[in-house]
Design a protein around this ligand. Sequence first.
Ligand SMILES: [Zn+2]
Length: 503
Amino acid sequence: MRVAIAELKQETNTFVPRPTTMADFETWHYWTGPALIEGLGGTNSEIDGFLRVLTDAGIEPVPILATFAMSGGKVEDATYNQLLGELLDGIANAGKLDGVLIALHGAMVTESDDSPDANTLGAIRELVGPDIPVVATYDLHANLTARMAEYADALVGFKTSPHIDQRDTGERGARVMTAIVQQGAKPAMAFVKIPMVVPASTHIHHLPGPFKRLQDATKELETHPGVLSANVAAVQPWLDIDEMGFATVVVTDDDPKRARTLACDLANACWHERDAFMEIELVPIAEAIRLALAEPSGPVVLSDCADGTGAGSPGDATAVVAALLEANPEKPALVFVRDAESAEAAIAAGVGATVKLMVGGKLDNIFNQPVELTGTVDFAGPASFRFGGEGYTGVAQDMGPSAVVRAGNVHVLIVSNSVMTVDPELYRAAGLEPKDAQIVVVKSAIQFRAGYPFARRSIMLDSPGMSSDHIVALPWDKVPRPIFPLDPEMTFTCNPIVSGGAG
Ligand SMILES: [Zn+2]
């Protein structure tokens, strides 16, 4: 037997004006054919999970395409169409296939389509026909849509935030595939859309709270015989689009009625938790710096979540850099800003030179402005790293031309490309050691928790930016109303869409 494997991932933040282009996919990774196995084999990725389960089951994995762009603005239509074309050509030319396994993000938006992931699944379905199973995995922050459920035989999602179960999710998806193609399972899927959206900083699987309760419930359901998969997709909140909100998906073996009941039980549980999800604590930046410096030792992680690069923000917000320069701390503080122009200027000046730069505030010039930074160049050159920790372990990130400019004890890491800032390897790639710092700034609401288990404490900042956790204050326009928490008095009635099974 032969099953095609592919990845096509990007998470869109529709509040970010700069579009995502082909260059953004190429910067993270973009492989076709066997190169994707070389690139992702052994990493904590869905592709590695697909490979493990298929190989163990004696099924030949047929590598088609794997590409992943950093989170950002809407994907250009031309870019999406080119990638979809590559994917479909690859599948069409792969010879006889028994199934298609694809890793999607689930929250991609293009210039003209609010659910291109559904379009991708629809195009695959049209190509392979109704009898070849198509199983898709998706990120916890996916915005699942009815069309996605219509075209896929099964949708299988992450259960963790910070995300550490990428490989595990790939394995779960591939096990649903092997159940279908080898054991004759007939997936019956129930999908429920829930009109609620909550702050991303409350998506935490390893601490007691609403998110953990819901994900634990899905895990428990998956121990029941006949339940192939059970999922809660807690959509990320920066999507001002038509079909927006949480979703639940339950896949059973040939039992549509049970899938419907379980998906509604999970959906009602999500709705019941809605107020608990709104309990967030954001600390003003100057107060957070004072608290961090008062700790007897570091590192204290300050989360500049409103400029979260993993949430699609540009990573060039300056409010925290400015506050650190103003605080002039007596102990080392590490802070990140994306600014290709300033990185280039520091590299041109060279290590040891004193430079005066206006850093950041060029991509996010709505909430942030450039800040004057005068300091010594301590590092200059290209920089890249591979994730350590438990997150995207082994997956590579290219920061591009980069520099470290130090002003007193403030070490400003300036990079050219948008990258995940969630792992200490980011700073180490430029010669800085987070374990020796009192303050480490990350541009991430949750994912950094997988990279910084050694942090003394972490503080969520009330900072300005394009991925703010102040949900109600976001500039909503298209999102369907009523929706919680914009319309707090609304009610919810479960209305599942059920597909599949032997009928
Ligand atoms: Zn996510």
